[in-house]
Design a protein around this ligand. Structure first.
Ligand code: HEM
Length: 162
């Protein structure tokens, strides 16, 4: 019989991972490039509408990716310490877990905090774009980490290592 639990958890893990890293990709590849072409009032209105949603959506999808990933890791590793940290499969996934937690922390500490400062300083007449640059840099680092983690996932799943 097919492993229904494994399939369902894998489905949700991949769906949340797409939602998290896909949103970062969209931010860097589409929004960031479109915003400079908007006139200032439209840009301001767009940022005001987007930031409160993004600062909830990104942490939510990141946490769900990490939780479903950790459940899948424990389930596929059969809660067996020899598999979980005594095999190459387990070690690759533990590295991915550490990188994902780092990416999440960076997104929260630098990304979300800077985005909230951008929202506040949209009201001010003078702006130095400092928080915007910090939020953008955090997005790029999370995106690179996302690609590294994705490569580790494929490596772990592909060879059936362990
Ligand atoms: C940026 C974050 C992540 C992304 C984009 C991601 C993406 C993916 C994808 C696409 C797969 C399917 C791979 C395949 O079947 O070829 C997968 C599998 C998996 N992921 Fe993640 N993942 C992420 C984070 C995590 C974390 C933090 C864990 C926790 C350890 C985790 C644990 C797993 C496990 C156990 C599998 C199944 C591996 C196997 O079949 O041997 N993932 N992930």
């Amino acid at each position: 019989m097919a492993d229904v639990i494994g399939l369902v958890v894998r489905f949700f893990h991949i769906a949340f991972a797409i939602a998290w890293i896909g949103a970062i990709m969209y931010g860097v590849g589409v929004l960031r490039r479109a915003l400079p072409y908007m006139d200032p009032p439209t840009r301001k209105g767009t940022m005001k509408a987007l930031i409160p949603v993004v600062t909830q959506y990104l942490p939510g999808t990141a946490v769900m990716t990490i939780i479903t990933g950790a459940v899948l890791y424990l389930y596929l590793g059969r809660f067996d310490p020899d598999q979980l940290w005594g095999s190459l499969w387990g070690l690759v996934l533990l590295l991915a877990l550490a990188l994902a937690i780092f990416a999440f922390a960076l997104g929260m500490i630098v990304g979300v905090r800077s985005a909230k400062r951008v929202l506040k300083h949209l009201e001010e007449p003078a702006c130095d774009h400092g928080p915007e640059v910090a939020a953008h840099q955090a997005q790029i680092i999370v995106l690179v980490l996302g690609f590294v983690i994705l490569a580790l996932m494929i490596y772990a799943a592909e060879g059936g290592i362990g």
